[in-house]
Design a binder for this molecule. Sequence first.
Ligand SMILES: *Cc1c(COP(=O)(O)O)cnc(C)c1O
Length: 344
Amino acid sequence: MQSKTIRFDFRSDTVTRPTPQMRSAMAAAEVGDDVLGDDPTVKTLEARVAARFGKEAGLLLPTGTMANLAAIMSHCQRGEEFLCGTEAHAYLWEAGGAAVLGSVQPQPLPVRPDGTISIDDLRAAVKADDPHFAITRLVTIENTFVGRILRQDYVDEVVGFARDRKLATHLDGARIFNAATGLGVSVASLAEGFDSVSVCLSKGLGAPLGSILVGDVALIARARRWRKMLGGGMRQAGIFAAAGLYALDHHVDRLIDDHANARALAQGLSGIKGLTVTPPQSNMVFVTLALELANGLSEALRDRGIAASFWPGGRMRWVTHLDVDSAAVDEAIGAVREFAETRR
Ligand SMILES: *Cc1c(COP(=O)(O)O)cnc(C)c1O
């Protein structure tokens, strides 16, 4: 059954569509064959993102999944492993690519409610040099993690731990610009100490696709080879690199609006009986619904052209972005309130 047209899509910030101005920038992009190293727009984007993150080099990939995979494969050899959280994107949400395609074993560790992995757990998970074990090579963490911004002292502790144990570090910074916005700091300061960082252009930044991996020259050269092997070597990719450049110029400073909209949404929803709302730290609002609301809310919202993400157990997620403004937020709050009143 086809549901009604979605007018306000709060399911994810991946749903953003390129604006007319972004499309103009894409149409005007100077391009060449990037596999041959001839696309000036791709080169500009890679260099600009690398500089912005305080790293030597950058690599444009079609997706964040491929960026994480190419990073893991560039850090780890066959038979080695990486430490990560049980809910880490690179472990849980990427179809097991590191294991399947990289022959790299993930070692998932428990994640505490604040989104951190305890340093003791990390320490205990580093394997001894013994033929029974995979060789521990890499630690990966994520910022933001499920909408939460990691405390910088914790991030520093993880990086320090990895350095002591001579482990490499990868930061899955799919939404690192949201973390930087929330803290009012530069992305370079959040990337400091990491050997590689991946960042998505296709989420809050509003580009149609693309992720950038940054790191030192040697690491990025290895990742470039893996990207080709994984099928991610793209030809006139300047068309979407131009969208990334446009996003850096025009869609970073406005992330603060998404965070304000998320707070307004959380505030409005928390006033409705039967909803338990977690105060947002970035552009994601998590809500738990009382039993009587869990059934039917999704459909009631869809009837009004509003979409959000629903999970079993009455859990739901709202994500704010470029394509939902404060009027959309007000309408969403109103729609939930009306539905809740019918269930009294
Ligand atoms: C979205 C996301 C990715 C990459 O996703 P793609 O859909 O492959 O671009 C990686 N890590 C995190 C934390 C993400 O949210």
